[in-house]
Design a protein around this ligand. Structure first.
Ligand SMILES: NC(=O)c1ccc[n+]([C@@H]2O[C@H](COP(=O)([O-])OP(=O)(O)OC[C@H]3O[C@@H](n4cnc5c(N)ncnc54)[C@H](O)[C@@H]3O)[C@@H](O)[C@H]2O)c1
Length: 388
């Protein structure tokens, strides 16, 4: 590895003699991703600029006159300007280092013929586990208790100290029963025997059958059978659930899905969890709701104007707030890096598209057995790319 600058911006250079130039806008965990790119003949330049969020100006400088592919971040604005710059530099591949790609205007990439990769398949359990951690931290007031202890305020056990909510046998509501919503639902149902209500435009037959079969198993052991119901509306979920966890993707239909009116439909002592995307909640309305309802609790991994919080949120002791760390386990973050690298390397090598749910052969198998395919390209159909 050596250091250099690209358009005046500092970079770390790997495999300097590689014929294809790939820009990686942030350093990534693990080393398999770098091996993937160098094995594909790429010179890899990793931006080492101290800015946490890179401006379009800096990214354009980094792209420069010749850039074959980019691995970018969800904090960057990948639309006409950046795809135009990438295309002009001879770019043929882009991968987001994320499963969500609301920061990417995919039709703009399609317009200039650039495939857009994302990294599904390795975030599911990790993100669901963080949503679960937020659920119980909020319901059992873990952070308030921690602050109290560190502040030297604990004078002895009391019957009324930090009384929270028991979630065993309660109703869990899911908005968006896709991969992560399903994993979270199963954790709440199997681990805590919750009844499940969910809203998703598409029925999730697998989840419904799974919970129903699990209910039968419990009944056969003499325990209460859990139940499952797909609701016709979000409102029905909100009214009936003790915990609501958001796992939908962010689009025009889900922006401010949780607004003042819908927050008002929830039980006054319910828990609302968001490990999807910040703008799914009207955060100013949530702050007002948390202030007006001290027994209502929220667990938030994501924020409407990240990295900022709406005024007043930091004062709400009934909210548990963490800095967008839902996918932050080493296995997941290294796996995301490998998938993003495979998206770029395979596209530049002219390999077909995988687009199948099982991506473990890319991240866990022997290096030599990594499939010769791009794991996940979201505009594969629009670009008529060959499938593996
Ligand atoms: N906090 C994090 O670090 C983190 C990590 C991973 C993913 N995410 C977010 O989680 C989201 C879900 O990820 P996934 O892998 O489960 O995606 P997924 O595509 O498998 O699931 C999304 C589900 O939302 C449903 N949906 C769409 N519109 C809806 C609506 N209006 N109301 C209710 N449901 C709706 C879809 O039908 C789908 O079932 C991603 O889009 C991403 O934004 C966040």
């Amino acid at each position: 590895m050596s250091t250099a600058t690209a358009g005046g911006v500092p970079v770390e250079v790997h495999n300097a003699g590689g014929a294809l130039r790939v820009l990686v806008t942030k350093n990534l965990p693990g080393d398999r991703w770098l091996k993937v790119l160098t094995a594909a003949g790429c010179r890899v330049e990793v931006c080492s600029d101290p800015d946490t969020i890179l401006s379009n100006e800096k990214i354009k400088k980094l792209i420069g006159d010749k850039c074959d592919g980019v691995i970018g971040q969800l904090t960057e604005d990948w639309s006409t300007e950046l795809f135009g710059a990438l295309k002009a530099a001879g770019g043929r591949a882009y991968s987001n280092y994320a499963v969500g790609y609301n920061n990417v205007v995919v039709p703009e990439a399609t317009k200039v013929g650039i495939p857009v990769g994302n990294t599904p398949g390795v975030l599911t359990e990790t993100t669901a586990e963080l949503a679960l951690a937020l659920t119980f931290a909020a319901a059992r007031r873990v952070v308030e208790g921690d602050t109290f202890m560190r502040g030297g305020q604990y004078k002895g056990w009391l019957p009324t100290l930090f009384v929270g909510n028991l979630l065993q046998n309660k109703v869990v509501g899911i908005v968006g029963a896709g991969r992560i919503g399903t994993a979270y639902a199963r954790m709440m149902v199997e681990g805590h025997k919750c009844d499940l209500v969910y809203y998703d435009p598409y029925p999730n037959k697998f989840l419904e059958e799974y919970v129903s079969d699990y209910g039968k198993l419990l009944a056969s052991k003499g325990e209460r059978a859990v139940t499952v119901k797909r609701c016709e509306t979000v409102e029905e979920v909100l009214r009936s659930a003790d915990v609501v966890s958001l796992h939908c993707n962010l689009d025009d239909n889900t922006r401010h899905l949780m607004n003042a009116e819908r927050l008002g439909m929830m039980k006054p002592d319910a828990v609302l969890v968001n490990a999807a995307r910040g703008p799914c909640i009207d955060e100013a309305a949530l702050v007002a709701h948390l202030k007006a309802n001290p027994n209502f609790r929220a667990g938030l991994d994501v924020f409407e104007d990240e990295p900022a919080m709406k005024p007043g949120l930091e004062e709400c002791e009934n909210a548990v707030i963490v800095p967008h760390i839902a996918s932050a386990t080493l296995w997941t973050r290294a796996g995301m890096a490998t998938l993003a690298a495979c998206n770029v390397a395979a596209t530049l090598s002219g390999h077909p598209v995988w687009n199948k749910p099982d991506v473990l052969p890319f991240v866990d198998g022997p290096f030599d057995a990594i499939p010769k395919a791009a794991p996940s390209i979201v505009n594969a159909k629009e670009l008529s790319l060959a499938m593996a």
